[in-house]
Design a protein around this ligand. Structure first.
Ligand SMILES: CC(C)(COP(=O)(O)OP(=O)(O)OC[C@H]1O[C@@H](n2cnc3c(N)ncnc32)[C@H](O)[C@@H]1OP(=O)(O)O)[C@@H](O)C(=O)NCCC(=O)NCCS
Length: 149
């Protein structure tokens, strides 16, 4: 999107990103400031922020996954896996291509590292996110089920 800067997360973003995380990315757990610090220190290049007029209005955390065996990767026609851990865009800035820009940036970084397979989980109620990922070529592979006893 015009006027959006996609850049790496910086510790000075923590307050703004924490607000976004609490508001929009609190699915099973609400990310804490320590979680953000953990993402950053484990792989700073894959922690991205979308900035508009000096404000962080979206963020994405990617990860190189090492938990998929070579056998599973081979069956999927891939050699190296990555995942999208979390992605959120401020409601006031949606439908302007910001999530798409964040995802395309992380895909470029993944490709540079030889990552050729990307997976993620989407909360069932996030219809918009499902549409977004479908548009970008993702296909459903599983349903996570739960019930209250
Ligand atoms: C999902 C989310 C990140 C999308 O951010 P965004 O910046 O608005 O996404 P984009 O503008 O890049 O959308 C690209 C395309 O995805 C689809 N899309 C995105 N949001 C949609 C919605 N609410 N309804 C239908 N389609 C949607 C559209 O095809 C859209 O293209 P279009 O606007 O030209 O029609 C944002 O809605 C959000 O933060 N949601 C809450 C948190 C969440 O669900 N995170 C993802 C879980 S992993």
């Amino acid at each position: 999107m015009l006027g959006t800067v996609i850049r790496n997360y910086d510790s000075k973003d923590s307050k703004e990103v924490l607000v976004l995380a609490e508001k929009y990315a609190s699915w099973d757990t609400t990310p804490t400031e320590a979680d953000l610090g953990g993402f950053w220190s484990s792989d700073p290049e894959l922690f991205l922020v979308a900035e508009v007029d000096g404000k962080a209005v979206g963020f994405l955390v990617g990860r190189e996954s090492r938990d998929m065996s070579d056998e599973v990767l081979r069956r999927r026609g891939a050699t190296k896996a990555g995942s999208i851990e979390t992605l959120a865009v401020d409601a006031q800035y949606r439908r302007r291509g910001i999530a798409t820009d964040l995802l395309n940036k992380v895909f470029d970084l993944f490709r540079q590292r030889g990552v050729d397979y990307v997976s993620l989980a989407v909360p069932a109620e996030e219809e918009g996110a499902r549409r977004l990922y479908e548009k970008l070529g993702f296909r459903e592979r599983a349903y996570f089920l739960s019930r209250k006893l």
